[in-house]
Write a protein that binds this ligand. Structure first.
Ligand SMILES: [Zn+2]
Length: 166
């Protein structure tokens, strides 16, 4: 068997693996100094990380990041759209009360009040819409970040499993 080549798990540099290196032997990357274990299966040769310590550390960082993001998402969901439409409801109730229960005549004065209520409702609706969209955006950004971190964590777990099998 001749010298074979495999890539460094860290920096992807090609590393030569002489035939004398058996399954489980250690080999160091000349470029970044990362230590690997040789994995032989039949003719094929692969390298896995010899020291999974940094991977496990990175994984627990991801897990901490993940629980922080999930807490943020829960908080965003909990405060979602609470109380915002109440202002609009109050404006409408005011108009109904003025005409219906206080027997107000349709006059210029009432017309101006109705216009004021309409403008106020419009502003409130715009505000509600603005906050609604902002919150929606924050929630979808958080969900996306969570997915990315989960994918990174899965990739790390896979690497750790591979490395600990040798
Ligand atoms: Zn390397």
């Amino acid at each position: 068997m001749d010298t074979q080549k495999a890539r460094c798990a860290e920096c992807r540099t090609e590393i030569s693996i002489p035939a004398t290196y058996a399954h489980g032997d250690h080999v160091k990357c000349a470029t970044c100094g990362t230590r690997h274990k040789v994995v032989r299966s039949g003719e094929a040769v692969r390298l896995v990380l010899a020291d999974t310590g940094p991977l496990k550390e990175a994984l627990s960082n991801y897990e901490m990041q993940l629980s922080r993001l999930e807490a943020e998402l829960r908080a965003a969901r909990a405060s979602f759209g609470v109380g915002v439409p109440n202002g609009i409801g109050l404006g409408v109730a005011y108009a109904i009360w003025q005409v219906g229960f206080r027997d107000r005549q349709i006059s210029m004065g009432l017309l101006w009040e109705v216009v004021a209520v309409a403008v106020l409702s419009g502003v409130l609706m715009e505000l509600a819409n603005y906050f609604f969209l902002a919150k929606r955006k924050a929630m979808s950004r958080l969900s996306q970040e969570i997915e990315e971190v989960e994918a990174e964590a899965r990739a790390l777990q896979q690497k750790i499993r591979e490395a600990s099998r040798v």
